[in-house]
Design a protein. Structure first.
Length: 446
């Protein structure tokens, strides 16, 4: 009887603590730091359930969002209207009284393919300037395993004078946003969560359960959650690299790659990856984060770096194919007019970060040809500022010696082959990089 009473007492204590704990979650003031492709959809979803402050240092971006506009086209007008409890600011003072901070800062690579955590450092320094006892910082930015506790936490501790896991706590929940994907939204993608202590792990998980209808997966540690994120995209990168290498081999054997993949795809366990240029903010970046940490602990990540080398070299390979075929067709490279259709890193998305189409343009520009780039999705000013490229406004008929279909925007899919061919001179070639048409209808494709 004594043992039974003791067990019931423990049970009641756990239930009582759980109740108080859940109430604390719902009462906590929440700020989302960084309102880009990751932060904005997250803030919008939380804004449907609770009061949220969305913070970004870019005043232009904040003013745009205050007017219900998203230049990234990730959030619709309807979603803006549904998020009644969300306010936007670029004033640090507005978020100082919050108790939970979700960080969605970009984590790119530098010109040597090393992790560039500059923005994350600055964000942690900012948080450290106002963080209070009992506050929680959750990171969603992609990093290498260990970065949250080895890099971010010390910055916050030094700036604030507070002690980690005593005065403040951390969580990590990797973002899984897929820009341009209207089918997989933040609430319908399972969320991996983690915390710096068992209690905080529960708190982070419960927080995300407010908005994630697909469910959550509570990882046993922050490092596990960090590692899970980088291998998701590293796995895709390696698989695409393998198919890209297939494409190079089959081209030399005069075999159509798509036909081979279609045939092999009839087996139930064949993975349906396609060849192409691999850019963007995730697949073309995350493997470098894991490779960096791997080398730091003394392991040479041969497969990861080999995959990156193949994928980073595909723009050069495609450019070389274009050059050789133009020569074969007696097209003068020096005075040729070349049209690149598409610049963003993927279809139906304005995101130009780390787009490998720029590498292709740089490769082709070495021919001394005249290059026009057309993309109805990309922002002209952003492209000019980022890459120094002037996008053309309209497609011009009877002008081009070579036409490269580089991005599979819906606008391009709707164009007939006759219309596309009308852009070329009487003698021209079409490189269908995205397999929009049958191989018999174009001159080249991967």
């Amino acid at each position: 009887m004594v043992l039974l009473n003791l067990l019931n007492g423990i049970k009641n204590t756990i239930m009582s603590n759980s109740k108080e704990y859940n109430l604390a979650i719902k009462k906590s003031k929440l700020a989302v730091i960084g309102l880009g492709y990751v932060g904005l959809p997250l803030a919008i979803e939380f804004g449907k359930k609770r009061s949220v402050i969305g913070f970004d240092i870019n005043k232009k971006r904040v003013d745009e969002l205050k007017n219900g506009l998203d230049s990234g086209f990730e959030v619709s007008n309807r979603e803006f209207k549904q998020s009644l409890n969300l306010i936007y600011t670029n004033n640090i003072d507005d978020i100082k009284n919050c108790e939970i901070f979700i960080v969605t800062i970009p984590t790119p690579i530098d010109d040597k393919n090393k992790p560039d955590l500059t923005l994350l450092h600055k964000c942690c320094d900012m948080i450290g300037s106002f963080i209070k006892t009992g506050d929680l910082v959750i990171f969603e930015s992609t990093v290498y395993p260990g970065a949250t506790e080895e890099v971010c936490v010390p910055i916050i501790e030094k700036k604030s004078g507070l002690t980690f896991n005593k005065d403040f706590f951390c969580g990590y929940s990797p973002e899984r946003i897929n820009p341009g994907d209207k089918g997989h939204r933040i609430s319908t993608i399972m969320k991996v969560t983690s915390g710096s202590t068992p209690e905080i792990s529960i708190k982070v998980d419960e927080l995300y359960k407010e908005i994630i209808t697909a469910g959550t997966h509570k990882a046993p540690s922050i490092k596990v959650a960090e590692a899970a994120k980088v291998i998701e995209n590293t796995q895709r990168d390696v698989n695409i690299a393998l198919v890209n290498e297939f494409s190079v081999i089959f081209n030399k054997l005069n075999i159509n790659t798509k036909s081979v993949l279609d045939a092999a795809g009839t087996k139930w366990n064949f993975l349906p990856f396609k060849p192409g240029l691999v850019g963007g903010h995730c697949i073309g970046v995350d493997p470098y984060y894991l490779a960096y940490k791997s080398l730091e602990v003394g392991h040479n990540p041969v497969m990861i770096t080999a995959g990156r080398k193949i994928n980073d070299g595909m723009a050069l390979y495609v450019g070389d194919q274009v050059k050789k075929f133009m020569i074969k067709k007696d097209i003068n490279l020096l005075h040729a007019n070349i049209l690149i259709m598409g610049l963003t890193f993927k279809e139906n998305c304005p995101d130009i970060r780390n787009t490998k189409i720029v590498d292709l343009i740089n490769t082709i520009s070495k021919f001394s040809s005249n290059i026009d780039v057309y993309d109805p999705w990309a922002d002209k000013n952003d492209v000019k500022n980022e890459y120094g490229i002037d996008l053309i406004d309209h497609l011009i008929e009877d002008k081009y010696d070579t036409i490269v279909l580089a991005v599979a925007h819906d606008e391009f899919k709707k164009l007939s082959l006759k219309r596309i061919k009308s852009l070329g001179k009487k003698k021209h070639i079409i490189y269908d990089l995205k397999n929009l048409f049958n191989i018999e209808e174009v001159d080249l494709r991967l």
